[in-house]
Design a binder for this molecule. Structure first.
Ligand code: ATP
Length: 325
């Protein structure tokens, strides 16, 4: 479901809460000698979500992803996929997961289609029809008969994703899928990932491209030094201190009224026909009603937002400050 900012976010959050849990980690931890790479990480990812996994270099993203994929053993804690314990039911669970952690070694002298066929044979049970479907999903039908050597990096990256999709997994885990892509390749990858969630797939991806994450992800998990720093919808994270930007006629008159309210004393003008204010009970709907009843019907009213990048750096800096104390 596409999230709308503002008044209906409560309903959106509660419907998400009912969705099936696809990936869950319980106090997942990994130590390398004395270094703790991942520290009691608890994740809860639900069906159809596109969740961004963020953190500065060395935060523990790849280590977490490797544990979730059963590639390395946790030092402590555990992973559940589709409600089942990964350590116990690995053989039946991992086929439901597709991963792009490192670029698979593509056969450059073979065509895109032949690559899918070769990887499909290794996996087993991949039909010709599934290869056609995958070529369509990754948008390589028209180039399927060209040798991979002639592909752009973006096309190779999409082919890598195609290989991860061959067995039609329910959950996709991608480590930096847009790494090294040019802006056009990034847009293609963005459309492709969105399309996958429309089909009901769940996508969990790490990336350094914060603006991309802001555009495509419904939720972000941020870690620093192996620990969870934030787990929230993009909308909640980027909404600035509960402020609203209101466009209305007679803005300076409305401002006088707002400044007399206990929740509105910090209200301020923004240009001639807009103002920024807090809302009664933090609710945009109540702010709208208050203004409308006082005869100042807003032309528009929206939460003030900041870039995910700003939020990310302030959270990481605050977290590092706390750790230093
Ligand atoms: N095999 C290993 N042996 C020892 N230390 C490791 C190993 N793998 C990772 N680490 C350490 O664990 C920490 C987390 O690394 P990890 O690669 O998971 O971070 P990351 O968030 O994926 O970073 P990046 O964004 O740079 O890829 C780092 O301090 C790293 O040096």
């Amino acid at each position: 479901m596409q999230k709308q900012p503002g008044v209906d976010s409560v309903e959106v959050a509660s419907s998400e809460h009912n969705a099936e849990t696809v990936l869950r980690t319980y106090d997942l931890s990994k130590r390398y000698g004395t270094r703790t790479a991942v520290n009691q990480l608890n994740l809860d990812i639900r069906r159809g979500e596109l969740v961004g996994f963020l953190g500065p270099n060395g935060a523990g993203k790849t280590t977490s992803i490797r544990m979730i994929l059963g590639l390395i053993e946790p030092t402590a804690g555990r992973v559940e996929l589709f409600g089942r314990d990964l350590a116990r039911e690995r053989a039946s669970l991992l086929p439901r997961v597709g991963a792009l952690v490192e670029m698979p070694a593509l056969y450059l002298h073979l065509t895109g289609r032949q690559n899918l066929r070769v990887f499909g044979e290794v996996l087993g049970g991949v039909s010709r029809q599934r290869i056609d479907e995958v070529l369509e999903i990754i948008g390589l039908q028209t180039r399927q008969k060209d040798r991979v050597r002639s592909y752009s990096l973006g096309m190779k990256q999409r082919l890598g994703l195609g290989i991860a999709l061959l067995h039609n997994p329910d959950l996709l885990i991608l480590d930096e899928p847009a790494n090294g892509l040019d802006p056009e390749g990034i847009v293609e990858m963005r459309d492709l990932l969105r399309g996958l969630t429309y089909e009901g797939k769940t996508v969990f991806l790490s990336s350094h491209l914060l603006s991309e994450i802001q555009q495509i992800c419904s939720r972000v998990v941020i870690i620093n030094a192996g620990k969870l720093v934030a787990d929230s919808t993009v909308e909640e994270l980027t909404r600035k201190q509960g402020d609203y930007l209101v466009r209305l006629e007679r803005a300076s008159e409305a401002l006088c009224l707002l400044q007399k309210q206990p929740w509105g004393h910090l209200a301020r003008l923004e240009g001639t026909d807009q103002l920024i204010t807090s809302a009664p009970g933090g609710s945009g709907r109540e702010l709208y009603t208050f203004l409308a009843q006082a005869g100042f019907v807003p032309e528009s009213l929206a939460p003030v937002t900041q870039d995910l990048e700003q939020v990310f750096f302030s959270l990481i800096n605050a977290n590092e400050g706390e750790q230093a104390q």
